[in-house]
Design a protein around this ligand. Structure first.
Ligand code: TYD
Ligand code: MG
Length: 456
């Protein structure tokens, strides 16, 4: 190694690829303006292993785990049941939480609501809305809190000065894309600005044990806008999602250093802010007056939570030459596959029919366990006979028309029982004892059998 020679290289801040020279677009990931020159060897610092002969007093020393004092992390409850559930029981001191979501989904509302509800001193920093706009929103939410401070600022040095003044217990920043730090000479929202400003907030959080929540925009692929490395830097990544035209919103953790990522929170956007939905199955099933055909209830899982949702199908004779197949909330290719299975295995002439499918509540479902409910809804609409009352379904349907077992079937059965259903149809290949439950558990092996069970 040549001594005192500084070695530099160019790295993409998005994917980490190394390049021999600066260029506008990274050849490896295709991102623009992400290549930055970095010093990889300062030359004057000896290699780590060359300098390790003496142990200095100031560095951290290796310890056995048993020497480490364990303190139950005192999380602050947020007084929002859904948020607490997703965070794993509250906000951990010194943690950095990133909340992402599409514009207009309700990120600012959720955070302002948290600031007003949590019984701590909160500094809500907004670079997106004026103080008056925030005040208007707070009035809509209808909570008054003397401990909620508002700051309209985007420059991090000025923000930290105010933070010293106010000394809050929680800092919320709306949004990370508006922040600028003096150390970097580029526009707000650029990769290097986002990375540097976030790094400053991380240092602040770790040093002062004050938790920080950063709101982040997402780009058109649904990824958090900014450097990918952001998600590695922070402790928790939350995603707020939902269909803007519907009132329900889902909060998920994509990453959580202090809890499970399988939990979800469900909210309803109301006139006065976001309302928690502790018992989602109740509202996702419409209370039908009289029995209608084409409706079936599926017992699905959303993360670790069982949910009962309503599937609606409409089968009618195609008016035009080519029959239409459309679905909302369910994969259209999967719908076509299920229709082909019904045609081939059960001999239903659905080829000349229009088929429309709808998952109520504006929820998108990927759980394959709703297949059997989809099939039941289609058959019911085709025959114009309602599915028997208080029946629900939880099984996948395979290409051979076989009814396949699904995961966590016990939880699905229990949820259906809890909500007052009296029969659940599952796969014969799920290893459960039907006698163990208060609800009737019907085991099915093939889709053909379903027809006989329901309408025979
Ligand atoms: P907002 O929190 O501004 O979204 P984001 O910060 O993610 O961009 O919320 C936007 C929508 O929420 C807006 O279109 C209006 C609606 N809304 C309500 O329906 N009720 C309310 O009480 C509030 C505050 C907002
Ligand atoms: Mg906003």
């Amino acid at each position: 190694m040549a001594k005192n020679k500084v070695t530099k290289a160019f790295f993409c801040q998005n994917c980490g690829a190394q390049h021999s020279q600066w260029m506008g677009q990274c050849k490896s990931c295709g991102q623009w303006n992400t290549i930055v020159e970095e010093v990889v060897d300062r030359g004057d610092v000896p290699k780590a292993w060359e300098s390790s002969s003496t142990r200095s007093e100031t560095t951290n020393h290796a310890r056995t785990l048993s020497e480490v004092e364990f303190k139950l992390e005192d999380r602050s409850p947020t007084h929002d049941g859904e948020l607490d559930r997703v965070l794993g029981g509250g906000i951990v001191p010194g943690s950095l939480i990133l909340l992402g979501g599409e514009p207009g989904i309700g990120k600012s509302t959720l955070m302002l609501q948290l600031a007003l509800r949590i019984q701590r001193k909160v500094l809500y920093i907004s670079g997106e809305e004026s103080e008056r706009q925030i005040k208007m929103r707070a009035e809509r939410i209808g909570i008054d809190n003397q401990e909620t401070y508002i700051l309209n600022e985007t420059q991090t040095q000025k923000i930290f000065r105010e933070i010293k003044e106010v000394d809050p217990d929680l800092v919320i920043v709306d949004s990370v894309q508006t922040l600028t730090t003096q150390h970097i000479d580029s526009l707000a929202g650029s990769v290097s600005q986002i990375r540097e400003s976030t790094a400053e907030f991380i240092q602040f959080a770790k040093k002062t044990h004050t938790p920080v929540i950063l709101i982040g925009h997402i780009n058109k692929d649904g990824q958090l806008a900014g450097p990918k490395i952001l998600e590695h830097m922070v402790d928790v990544v939350l995603q707020f999602e939902g269909d803007q035209n519907h009132v329900y919103r889902l909060l998920r953790a994509h990453k959580n250093r202090f809890g499970s990522t399988a939990e979800i929170g469900i909210y309803e956007m109301a006139g006065s802010g976001l309302r928690e939905v502790p018992n989602p199955s109740d509202i996702l099933i419409s209370r039908k007056d009289g029995n209608l055909s084409g409706i079936a209830i599926a017992s699905m899982m959303e993360g670790l939570r069982p949910l009962l949702i309503e599937i609606q199908a409409l089968v009618s004779t195609a008016v035009y030459g080519t029959p239409q197949r459309a679905s909302t909330g369910f994969d259209t290719r999967r719908l076509n596959m299920l229709l082909a299975v019904l045609e081939k295995r059960c001999g239903f002439r659905l080829g000349a029919k229009d088929v429309f499918l709808n998952v109520t509540g504006g929820i998108r479902v990927d759980d394959p366990a709703i297949d059997l409910a989809v099939v039941a809804a289609i058959l019911s609409s085709n025959e114009d006979i309602p599915v028997p009352d208080r029946n629900c379904f939880a099984a996948e349907v395979g290409l051979a028309g076989e009814v396949r077992p699904v995961t966590r079937v016990e939880q699905r059965i229990m949820e259906a029982e809890k909500l007052g259903f009296d029969t659940i149809h599952i796969s014969r290949y799920n290893k459960v004892k039907p006698g163990d439950y208060g609800i009737k558990v019907k085991m099915i092996g093939k889709v053909e059998e379903l027809f006989g069970e329901l309408f025979g």
